[in-house]
Design a protein around this ligand. Structure first.
Ligand SMILES: [Zn+2]
Length: 176
C-alpha cells in the first residue's frame, strides 16, 4: 500500500480514527467561516450553502446544507424545501457539465442508526461513473481516479457562479 500517494484515503482513515476538528458541529462551523474547518464551499444561496464533501466517495461529491442547524428534513418549511429542490437541480446541472457522470445517488442520513457521521441535515449528491473504483481498489493500489477536494473546488467555483446566476433567473425563487 502506498497511502502517502492517496491523501484522500489517508484523510478518511484519520477521520475514521476520530481526528476531527475541535468544533461542536462541523457544518455550523462552515456556516460561521470558522478557520478550524476546511472551506470547501462552492456556492451560497440565501439560507444555504453547497460544499464539497471533504471525504468524497467520488469526484464531485457535493452536499447541500442549510445554514441553520436542522437535523431532520421535516423541520424545513415549504419555501425551504423548494429552495433545496432548486439547489439540488443546480448541482446536477453543474456536475453534468463538469464531470458528465453516468448517474447519481442522492439522499439523506437521518437519525442515529442511519450511518450519519454529522447530525446537521445535509443532502448528499454523489455522482456515479461507469468505470469508478471502490475504496478497496484504491487501497490495493490498482487504479486511482480520485481528485483532491481543493482541485475539485477550483473546477466547480466558477461553474457555480455562472450557472447559479442563470439558473435562479430562470426559476421562481429568484436571484439571491
Ligand atoms: Zn450544525
Amino acid at each position: 500500500m502506498k497511502l502517502e500517494k492517496h491523501n484522500i484515503v489517508a484523510n478518511k482513515l484519520d477521520y475514521a480514527r476520530g481526528k476531527r476538528p475541535a468544533v461542536d458541529c462541523i457544518l455550523c462551523a462552515v456556516t460561521a467561516n470558522d478557520p478550524k474547518v476546511d472551506n470547501l464551499v462552492v456556492y451560497r444561496h440565501r439560507g444555504w450553502y453547497v460544499t464539497l464533501n471533504l471525504y468524497p466517495y467520488n469526484p464531485g461529491h457535493l452536499m447541500v446544507v442549510p445554514r441553520a442547524h436542522h437535523t431532520d428534513i421535516r423541520q424545513l418549511n415549504e419555501a425551504e424545501v423548494l429552495e433545496l429542490h432548486h439547489l439540488q437541480n443546480l448541482c446536477l446541472r453543474v456536475l453534468d457539465e463538469t464531470y458528465r457522470p453516468g448517474g447519481y445517488n442522492i439522499g439523506y442520513n437521518i437519525g442515529p442508526t442511519s450511518g450519519a457521521s454529522i447530525d446537521h441535515l445535509h443532502l448528499q449528491i454523489v455522482p456515479r461513473y461507469r468505470n469508478e473504483v471502490g475504496f478497496f481498489d484504491i487501497l490495493s493500489d490498482s487504479r486511482v481516479i480520485v481528485e483532491e477536494p481543493q482541485v475539485t473546488r477550483e473546477r466547480l467555483l466558477k461553474k457555480f457562479e455562472q450557472e447559479g446566476a442563470e439558473y435562479f433567473l430562470e426559476n421562481e425563487t429568484g436571484r439571491p
